[in-house]
Ligand binder design. Structure first.
Ligand code: CO
Length: 149
């Protein structure tokens, strides 16, 4: 296991539209994706890019809004009505090797490895086993896709 780059910070919000306006108008973000629904995960998602080196994009903010009252993050929003930081996501070279590594350490993995919002395999680690941080592990995107930078 070797820690890769910080791919994104997940931020739960009661309103993606309000959050987009905040990142654009208060923080001066210029690269914000169109929001899209991830119905299976019960969330609406959008990405705010921070600049990286040489014109690439750097770490992103992943804005997450619950899709309805049964969303897995609905309770989190109830507890944090203004929105709050929800998770951090680190890249790894090989998702299966990483999963095995954390399993052998006895870390609780939340559900199966699945395809995340970037179209690459991800899994989540229980915050109580990760110094209080809900932690997403994501395989580094391959090839020259927009998200690979
Ligand atoms: Co995420």
């Amino acid at each position: 296991m070797k820690l890769g780059r910080l791919n994104h910070i997940g931020v739960a919000t009661p309103s993606i539209a309000d959050s987009i306006a905040h990142y654009r108008d208060t923080l001066g973000a210029t690269a914000i994706s169109d929001p899209f629904d991830m119905a299976e995960q019960g969330v609406k998602v959008c990405f705010v890019d921070t600049p990286g080196e040489n014109g690439t994009h750097g770490t992103q903010i992943e804005l997450i809004e619950p899709l309805g009252p049964n969303s897995p993050i609905a309770k989190f929003i109830q507890q944090n009505p203004a929105g709050a930081q929800h998770h951090v996501c680190y890249e790894v070279e090989d998702i299966e090797d990483a999963r095995k590594w954390f399993e052998e350490l006895g870390k609780r993995i939340l559900g199966p490895t699945r395809i995340g919002a970037h179209g690459t395999p991800i899994f989540f680690l229980h915050p109580k086993d990760m110094m209080g941080q809900l932690t997403e592990i994501m395989e580094t995107p391959k090839g020259d896709s927009h998200w690979s930078n």
